[in-house]
Design a protein around this ligand. Structure first.
Ligand code: HEC
Ligand code: HEC
Length: 225
């Protein structure tokens, strides 16, 4: 009886380990699957056909894989992507995630003036206490690079129209892909006004990687990207 239990436990353990190993994506295999995607997300994964189409290049693997699973299962319905992920195996999705994560991320330039940037930076770094908006950088890192091991997405360099759309979708509770994370992103967006969302989106477009020359202005980001 005891032995059987140990056997069962071991079998379960091996299964979960195998799942982990299996989950590692192969960028070259992902590239081979990416031609159809490039029609909308760009050949470099960072030049969307429309400003509401997100950059995939440089986004972390864990986040990309989760979103593709949601899109495939229609938990995150994207009309334009209907059929795009049909018939793709878990390994195909992992390969696509690895491919896009391996591409260099885009760096954009904010269009707002000093005052707009300062206002957005204050929210990004300190939140808005009276409306219970948390500091975005706690999860998305001071330089907007996200947190790859946790699967928190990179935000910098995204087209502003996409970021605005995403924040509003969370705020209105239309996007619920943060369920595994306790709804933390819906909570974060709840207290933001449209104006603040547009300031944040512009600020995020122009954020620089922490190892960039202007890192001193951003502050030491530790191991965050
Ligand atoms: C016809 C256009 C189109 C094609 C083709 C397309 N996508 Fe998309 N994709 C979109 C749009 C639009 C969104 C964002 C929509 C939204 O959030 O409402 C999106 C979102 C995504 C996201 C979520 C990104 C994020 O930051 O959350 C991933 C991942 C993604 N696409 C991967 C792919 C992959 C992989 C392929 C190819 C197999 C592909 N897409 C093909 C239009 C397209
Ligand atoms: C407690 C952690 C946490 C905080 C604080 C937080 N976020 Fe997020 N954010 C997340 C997670 C997790 C996701 C991914 C959710 C999912 O799986 O779809 C996310 C997703 C996003 C996305 C969508 C990215 C994409 O490519 O679609 C945007 C934009 C965003 N956050 C902006 C912000 C802003 C702006 C703030 C500050 C007002 C903020 N976040 C605060 C954890 C956080």
């Amino acid at each position: 009886m005891g032995f059987q239990k140990i056997q069962t436990t071991l079998a379960a353990l091996c299964l979960s380990l195998a799942a982990t190993a299996h989950g590692a994506g192969d960028p070259a295999a992902g590239k081979a699957l990416s031609l159809a995607c490039s029609a909308c997300h760009g050949m470099d994964g960072a030049t969307g056909l429309d400003p509401t189409y997100p950059n995939l290049a440089g986004q972390n693997e864990r986040y990309l894989l989760r979103q593709m699973q949601f899109i495939q299962s229609n938990k995150r319905p994207i009309l334009l992507m209907t059929g795009q992920l049909n018939g793709k195996s878990e390994q195909d999705l992992a390969n696509l995630a690895a491919y896009y994560a391996s591409l260099p991320g885009k760096i954009g330039q904010a269009g707002g003036g000093d005052e707009a940037i300062a206002q957005a930076r204050a929210i990004y770094r300190g939140g808005i206490l009276e409306r219970r908006v948390p500091a975005c950088m706690a999860c998305h890192s001071p330089s907007g690079g996200g947190n790859a091991p946790a699967g928190f997405p990179r935000l910098r360099g995204q087209p502003t129209a996409y970021t605005e759309m995403a924040l509003k979708a969370f705020r209105e509770g239309e996007r619920r892909t943060d369920e595994d994370y306790g709804g933390m992103m819906r909570d974060a967006a709840l207290g933001l006004t449209d104006k603040e969302i547009s300031l944040l989106a512009d600020y995020l477009l122009g954020l620089m990687p922490a190892d960039h020359a202007s890192a001193s202005a951003i502050g030491h980001a530790g191991s965050a990207e």
